[in-house]
Design a protein. Structure first.
Length: 626
């Protein structure tokens, strides 16, 4: 059956990049859009390879090869999160057995000696990194940090206050809870008091070290969430942190400074504080689940839809449509005037203004998530923000997958943004960071092994010459061969397939590369209709750009006209990006816009749920008593 051009292009939209667990193919190795495209094309001259099955194959002949079980390539998976088990802090070996004249009072104050001796009885458990840091710190630091005389000092009280308020920055206060010694004690049993104070000293240092590490890099190891997460965890010098705390005259300020200070993190933090102080009123808009209203129809939910526009629409919108709003009497009929009102609301909220009230429109009409849902998203966002550099860079590219948007920054400010298409739920885009290196114009489209094996192989086993007729280039071990000469019943490990540059190449006019092991990049597409959709998780993993020339010009530091000239030349060409431009391929269901207002998005891959499971596992592991 011959596919129409429209059908071919529609099919191609779903077939951009593939996420795989096999070693990644080069960024210019083949995908499936080419495979679906039919039509007889001139076959290039190819070189036969020794050891590759060949035969006398007539043009366009379909040669059915021996049927064998089809292999499959599976994508990354999500894991059951396993938090680090607590470790006992081994300070018993650091206990001072007896105070002698060899230990001067300026090294170990006389009042501290009994407490240092009580280190032998301390039984405190903490995270492995914190335990090691505390042991190292007290091996070199003879003076106590948190105890003075027979009680706790002001520095300890300041630290405890910050730890107790850890929820303000998205952390869990229970992870840093310490038993505080009572002010009163039995002076006739000083050994018991010394034991109590020694335990407190080590427990608070352990809690402070854990807090510092969590504040800097996060509680959760992203690479234990799933194979889609790819981050090198930040190194945190906890011994230096404990030394800074010991010397600091402002412990509160020091500990609070460990969380990111960038504007995005601070906006998330401020939004969290605001929402926690807020209670949901009785006037919340409620629209029945699964409501779908199209122009010309009627629905009992129409009154709630209008209520949502009145509650959440701008003053300008309500002024422009004041007559329609004022004259609406609560009837279920979706009239043209009400359609115009809904379309204006959709446009104002960045949705497709088609008058169809579906899931995306309802989300805006009800004000998005509940307060509890927003708080949960903010807690995840604050944690994930710690995985990124504290400073994203004055010039950088930021992709937020749940928003289906990419943002370009210069001089620390957003210069422009555009719609994207990201991976579908079955072919998810990864969460990682990299550096942009190349813009390739008139690109080849390389087919990942996952698509060759999962989607092409069944067809090729029945019709080995199919790729030849479609104009694809096939190579075995890097040497060009006809598709018809390949034994598709054998291994495809050394086989590569690609689509040459053309007007309907699956990657369009250009691609922007930041070489990574996931074979993910940004690119153009000949099919633009998906950018009009509100839900744009539709690709095989790569990120399609609505305005690729604009992004290419920005990262190259040239004009769009210059990029157009390179494309018009018709040659495949790699243009080197001279500037150091980091790119963040992120996943935030809550994130501030350029004005600092936090926006909320659907959890398209369900990753926030895995984060919350990781929070629970971490809390459980840290509260195990030793």
């Amino acid at each position: 059956m011959k596919l129409s051009k429209t059908a071919v292009l529609a099919a191609a939209l779903a077939l951009s990049c593939a996420t795989i667990t096999l070693p990644a193919a080069p960024a210019n190795a083949i995908t499936l859009m080419d495979f679906i495209r039919g039509g007889k094309k001139k076959e290039p001259k190819r070189e036969e390879l020794p050891g590759v099955q060949t035969g006398a194959v007539m043009p366009n002949a379909a040669v059915k090869q021996e049927a064998k079980p089809l292999p499959r390539v599976t994508g990354p998976r999500y894991y059951t999160y396993k938090a680090d088990a607590l470790k006992r802090v081994a300070v018993d070996k650091l206990a001072d057995p007896v105070v002698t004249s060899s230990i001067s009072a300026d090294i170990v104050p006389a009042g501290d000696s009994g407490i240092r001796a009580a280190f032998a009885s301390v039984n405190v458990r903490t995270t492995p990194d914190a335990a090691k840091a505390v042991e190292t710190f007290y091996a070199d630091h003879k003076k106590l940090v948190w105890v003075e005389g027979t009680g706790i000092n002001e520095k300890a009280k300041a630290a405890i206050a910050v730890l107790a308020d850890a929820a303000a920055v998205g952390l869990d206060p229970w992870d840093y809870a310490v038993q505080i010694p009572a002010d009163s004690f039995d002076s006739a049993d000083m050994n018991a008091r010394y034991n109590e104070l020694a335990t407190f000293e080590i427990a608070l240092s352990s809690a402070v070290a854990t807090y510092v590490q969590d504040a800097v890099r996060g509680r959760i190891d992203p690479n234990r969430i799933s194979g889609y997460h790819d981050f090198k965890r930040k190194d945190v010098n906890l011994v230096a942190a404990l030394k800074n705390v010991a010397l600091s005259g402002n412990v509160k300020g020091y500990l609070e400074s460990r969380s990111p200070a960038n504007a995005d993190f601070q906006a998330l933090k401020a939004e969290l504080a605001r929402l926690r102080a807020e209670t949901e009123g009785d006037d919340r808009v409620v629209i029945a689940e699964n409501t779908l209203l199209k122009p010309g129809q009627s629905s009992p939910e129409l009154a709630n839809i209008v209520k949502g526009i009145v509650k959440h629409g701008s003053d300008a919108l309500k002024t422009d449509h004041s007559v329609t709003i004022a004259s609406y009497a609560g009837t279920p009929d979706y009239t043209p005037e009400l359609v115009a009102l809904v379309e204006a609301f959709q446009k104002e909220n960045g949705l497709k203004p088609d008058g169809v009230v579906g899931k995306a429109s309802i989300r805006k009409l009800v004000g998005g998530d509940s307060v509890a849902d927003k708080v949960a998203k903010l807690e995840v966002a604050l944690e994930q923000a710690r995985w990124l550099p504290a400073d994203l860079g004055a010039r950088h590219v930021f992709i937020n997958q749940p928003a289906f948007m990419v943002y370009y920054y210069e001089d620390g400010a957003e210069k422009f943004s555009m719609r994207t298409v990201v991976g579908s739920k079955s072919h998810q885009t990864y969460f990682f960071e990299d550096r942009i290196q190349t813009v390739e114009v008139n690109p080849y489209w390389g087919v990942p092994q996952s698509i060759i094996i999962n989607e092409m192989l069944p067809k090729l086993r029945n019709d080995p010459s199919y790729l030849d007729r479609m104009g694809y280039e096939v190579a075995v071990g890097g040497r060009a061969v006809p598709s018809s000469s390949v034994n598709w019943s054998g291994s495809t490990a050394g086989v590569s397939v690609r689509q040459p540059p053309s007007g309907d190449n699956a990657l369009g006019e250009l691609k922007i590369l930041f070489p990574n092991s996931h074979a993910i990049y940004m690119h153009d597409t000949p099919s633009k209709s998906f950018f009009k959709k509100d839900m744009r998780a539709l690709s095989h993993g790569c990120v399609r750009l609505a305005e690729p020339r604009k992004m290419a010009a920005a990262v190259l530091g040239v004009s769009e006209a210059d990029v157009g000239k390179e494309i018009a030349a018709g040659r495949n060409k790699a243009l080197s990006v001279k500037a150091d431009i980091p790119i963040y391929i992120t996943y935030f269901t809550a994130w501030p816009n350029k004005n600092g207002a936090v926006e909320y998005f659907d959890d398209v891959y369900g990753r926030d749920d895995y984060m919350r499971k990781a929070f629970a596992a971490t809390r459980s592991a840290r509260q195990v008593q030793g």
